[in-house]
Design a protein around this ligand. Structure first.
Ligand code: ZN
Ligand code: ZN
Ligand code: FE
Length: 762
């Protein structure tokens, strides 16, 4: 019997190749009808025999284009009519389509097959792509997303590409970056002083020659800047200690781990533990860097990720990567920049900025228009968490529970991202980074313009951090004078970002464990328990304030934090204690004076800095070379201990007091107890104290939902202990899965709070 139904598909389904997908699916199952975009959904009518309709619906749900995200499907039976074909109908003129710009997508299996198939006309073509894969955001000049508005506009499609582009049955139907050896971009190898190494040309033989040369140079220990999708990478052989060391020196990067690109799963398994879920994440369209537990191995150079238990690993995600990695299985692929500056995207920019780092440059002539670093993920408790949300994710929106007034939120100062809310979507920019350099500030402004353009939205409400010294806050005050600026407390934004992605509204208990953020009393906060909603928060508990001597200096010189704890706890016995801890520091008297006279010191409730203090008390490291290294190293050694005990702590009126904890830790360290054990016990005590305080909040206010956020929750032990202890007490626990728990997620929370506040008072 012939049936007809109408189907409404909601979610991220427009501008992601959804209509051609529906078209091909309908034809596959001999169905007639049509598909078109409505303003809020994709509308489909299909007609045919019941079994085929069933199969159609099944595939619609399960095989939709990789970047689409179906939130809801409504199906209704209607009476069959007379039609003979399935059609893609144009949108009606006044339909306001919310077209979403797709993130960049890792090369798909079909394209990889063709890349290595000598009989395919795109054999060895370094820019092969299709509707399901390839660059998107990073080649965009303007909306709508059509070829003329991308950096592919300068390449004229050859006849064969054009045929594929126009054929709805073809995998490359309306694949905007479609190209081939004849009509597409080309690669070019140059030395640092601009000598051409392999001459220009457009065919398989030429590409092979370039790739062979690149591989030879890498194997000989050279550093090559390789132009990718969202910027340049600096590549070198990850098995070559001297090459890695050279890269560290030239990049001015002492100890921060380097990301690896590894040829395939077999090669990953030689150096790291790999399960099925991890395979899925690595192979996903986002193809992020995934933190993976190291195996003891003699393959990877020791200086790639010193003293850590994890490697950051990604698979090749562009055709060019595949061609190179085919012949050299382990590469360092680190962002093409100097220390904290933004990633290079332009050929000339790279030549200029990377000339002192790279020995050679592998260029191509498809322009990158949007900077987009690799994303970084980890797996906690069998779920993916995102530490850096950029390539592959941005600008795919977070689907919100309801429509909000439009807002632009400018993020925090470190790990900056910005966010625009439009309707029920939160669009977060690619990762920008710390706003300390001129270049990263330019990148920040670049991103504001980009996000306004691709969301086609210029909000009147601006959300910023409360911190008066943040560049983003000052920028808003200077350049958005005519708009409504709403200042938002840092940790409130953290908690609300987590609430928003979990579709939570109403009152919750928010636990923010963080480095530092500006509090409403003008002091620095960071270990907080809030009772909060989208608009307000009440600070119920905080970590009992402690002193940090030397202000900003203490971020790197973490021993300063342990000194002030020791001065506070041990008073006149401090010098003796410091002696016993083998601190080997000169001028302790000066620090004591600074502490006593409160010179250049401030007090804080930061959670992160306590981890730094413990790290230095245990003698793991006294000064660190990158942000949160202290906490990361403490986590790493604590993972080695199976056992732990509980240290004393005190829950006071509105404070959690860790001074007794630190006192006991100092004594255990002096006794010579294993630092792995002390570290693990500290983690447990810290969590236990917070859970006790959360229980008190529940008792008093009757709220059972606990929302966790803040940079400290990047610590795996801390998170897993926290979650399981809370769940044992039957709390509903919510955590991030779509935006980072660190400051990269702040902009989403800011935008929600600003929308709610701006809407009310506006
Ligand atoms: Zn493809
Ligand atoms: Zn072509
Ligand atoms: Fe923060």
């Amino acid at each position: 019997m012939i049936k007809r139904c109408k189907i409404k598909v909601y979610g991220i389904v427009q501008g992601v190749g959804f209509r051609p997908f529906v078209f091909r699916l309908a034809n596959k199952y001999n169905l007639t009808g049509f598909v078109k975009n409505l303003s809020e959904c994709v509308y489909i009518e299909i007609q045919g025999i019941e079994k085929n309709i069933k199969n159609f619906l099944k595939e619609l749900r399960n095989n939709s284009p990789p970047i689409s995200e179906i939130s809801n499907i409504e199906i209704q039976n209607i009476s069959p009519i007379n039609d003979t074909k399935f059609k893609i109908l144009p949108s009606t003129k006044n339909t306001k389509i919310s077209v979403h710009i797709s993130p960049d997508i890792a090369i798909c299996e079909d394209c990889v097959k063709e890349l290595f198939d000598p009989n395919n006309r795109r054999y060895y073509f370094p820019f092969i792509n299709c509707t399901n894969c390839g660059p998107r955001l990073t080649i965009i000049k303007d909306i709508p997303y059509d070829r003329v508005n991308t950096s592919m506009s300068k390449f004229n499609m050859c006849d064969e590409c054009k045929k594929e582009y126009e054929n709805p049955y073809n995998r490359r139907f309306h694949a905007e970056p479609i190209a081939c050896h004849i009509c597409g971009p080309e690669i070019l190898l140059m030395s640092f002083n601009s000598n051409l190494v392999v001459s220009n040309g457009k065919n398989v033989r030429y590409v092979k020659k370039v790739i062979d040369e690149v591989v030879k140079l890498l194997k000989n220990g050279n550093i090559i800047a390789i132009k990718g999708i969202g910027g340049f990478h600096l590549a070198c052989d990850a098995t070559n200690y001297i090459a890695v060391d050279k890269l560290r020196n030239r990049k001015q990067r002492d100890e921060k781990p380097f990301a690896l690109m590894v040829k395939d799963f077999n090669y990953i398994e030689k150096i790291a533990f790999l399960n099925n879920y991890e395979r899925k994440i690595l192979k996903s369209p986002e193809a992020p860097i995934l933190l993976m537990r190291k195996k003891k191995n003699k393959i990877i150079a020791k200086n790639v990720a010193p003293e850590l238990n994890y490697y950051g690993i990604m698979l090749p995600y562009t055709p060019l990567h595949y061609l190179i990695l085919e012949k050299i299985p382990y590469l360092i692929m680190t962002s093409g920049n100097i220390s904290d500056e933004p990633i290079c995207i332009d050929n000339n920019e790279a030549k200029d900025r990377l000339k002192d780092i790279a020995d050679y440059f592998l260029f191509h002539n498809r322009d990158i228009l949007v900077r987009c670093d690799d994303s970084v993920c980890s797996i906690f408790d069998n779920k993916r968490v995102i530490f850096r949300r950029s390539r592959g994710f941005s600008p795919k929106p977070i689907i919100l529970q309801k429509k909000f007034p439009s807002v632009l939120a400018l993020g925090a100062h470190m790990k900056n991202t910005i966010c625009i809310i439009k309707d029920n979507y939160g669009f977060i920019s690619p990762h920008i980074g710390d706003l300390d350099t001129r270049l990263s500030r330019d990148f920040f402004i670049e991103n504001i313009n980009l996000m306004k353009k691709i969301t086609d939205c210029n909000p009147d409400i601006i959300g910023v951090d409360l911190h008066p010294d943040y560049f983003s806050t000052q920028f808003a005050e200077k350049f958005f004078k005519d708009k409504k600026i709403i200042k938002i407390q840092h940790h409130h934004a953290h908690i609300v970002s987590c609430m928003a992605e979990n579709n939570l509204n109403g009152q919750v208990i928010g636990v923010a464990l963080d480095g530092t953020g500006y509090g409403i009393d003008g002091t620095i906060w960071g270990g907080e328990i809030f009772l909060c909603n989208y608009i307000d928060f009440k600070r119920i508990f905080k970590i009992k304030n402690y002193t940090i001597i030397g202000g900003e200096k203490a971020i790197k010189e973490i021993f300063r934090i342990s000194l002030s704890f020791i001065f506070e706890i041990f008073k006149e016995k401090s010098f003796e204690i410091i002696e016993k801890l083998n601190f080997n520091l000169k001028n302790i008297e000066i620090f004591k004076k600074m502490y006593d006279n409160k010179i250049n010191s401030f007090t804080t409730s930061s959670a992160g800095r306590i981890f730094d203090a413990v790290c230095s008390i245990l003698g793991i490291k006294k000064t660190v070379s990158f942000d949160s290294q202290g906490a990361i190293l403490l986590e790493a050694i604590s993972e080695n201990s199976k056992n732990f005990k509980i240290y004393p702590f005190e829950i006071e009126e509105n404070c959690i007091n860790f001074f007794p904890t630190i006192e006991a830790i100092v004594k255990d360290k002096i006794k010579g107890i294993s630092i792995d054990f002390i570290g693990k016990s500290f983690h447990f005590t810290f969590v236990k104290a917070f859970v006790e305080a959360v229980k008190k909040v529940k008792k008093e206010y009757g709220i059972n939902k606990v929302v966790l956020s803040g940079g400290c929750f990047q610590n795996r032990i801390l998170f897993i202990m926290f979650k399981s202890l809370l769940e044992n007490e039957e709390f509903e626990v919510y955590f991030h899965s779509q935006v980072p728990t660190n400051d990269g997620g702040i902009s989403l929370g800011q935008s929600i709070i600003a929308a709610e506040k701006g809407g009310i008072y506006g």
